[in-house]
Design a protein around this ligand. Sequence first.
Ligand code: RIB
Length: 324
Amino acid sequence: MSDGASQLVVVGSLNADLTVALDHLPSAGETVIALSPARFGFGGKGGNQAAAAAALGGRVAMVARVGDDEAGAKMRSDLAERGVDTRLVRTTRGLPTGSAQINVDRGGDNTIVVDPGANGALSPEDVRDPVVVSASVVVVQLEIPLDAVAAAVSAANGLVLLNPAPAQTLPDEVLGRIDLLVPNRTELGLLAGSAPPDNLDETAELVGALPHEFDVVVTLGPLGALVVERSGGPRAATHVRAPRVDAIDATGAGDTFCGALAVALGEGWDLIAAARLAVAAASLSVTGHGARSALASRQEAERLAATVEIEPLRLQPRGPRGSG
Ligand code: RIB
């Protein structure tokens, strides 16, 4: 790339999403009839994060792989139209573009099944690029091979934000290099070797059980987020409350959250202010269908962020779980 470093680089997945709206999510062995025709949309956790960051005015480049097919071409042009630099979105011959089958219930909750396709071919060599090395913020998730994740976090010189989704355990090689972890409750539980936490106190307690001193922002869906600052000083936890919105589809809300957080941190905002913007952007994103149909503009997100309440959480002394 000829024009110097991008401020924000997303290393991750691109998927063609096929979403069906259902009365309720099916249980094992159950067949459920869709409420309306299936919708095609652009998705993938990485692509959604890049699109959300660009919508908020971030200067964003994407490192990814698509298949040599129509979905891959459309995926690349959608990102480019949204202002994302796609020069590092490469094409893999012989593999389809990644895809996701998404079920959304009447309350906006979902289940997602991903076929990685070309995402599975993203290699450490793809990722060891000067654009990643010089970026001020590098954002990574786990829908790409773990060796590519490890290469991204080790190549990066800027702030590294890891969204550990889908949930999986991670080696010290990765966890030891990140600056900010953004899990949901399920992902936090897995990384802490526990069941997902049930409340804010348990969430803060599990964050305390994580190795390494990176900061952590746990996404809590309609409850907002819990920010736990652990680097450089005593632990402090803050609950950032989500505003009430009419949720239609929560697909991509966590991705929007990560994209917004990365933009704000790249601009030098403190973590609480960045989390307020991220909660606002994620809240707005659930008011439309699919992962990218209701991405907030900067003005919309900042206006809502100004109403987002925060509350310091009194941290319990460290001790065995359940000991009170
Ligand atoms: O986080 C939402 C995304 O997860 C969807 O867009 C789907 O593609 C899966 O990657």
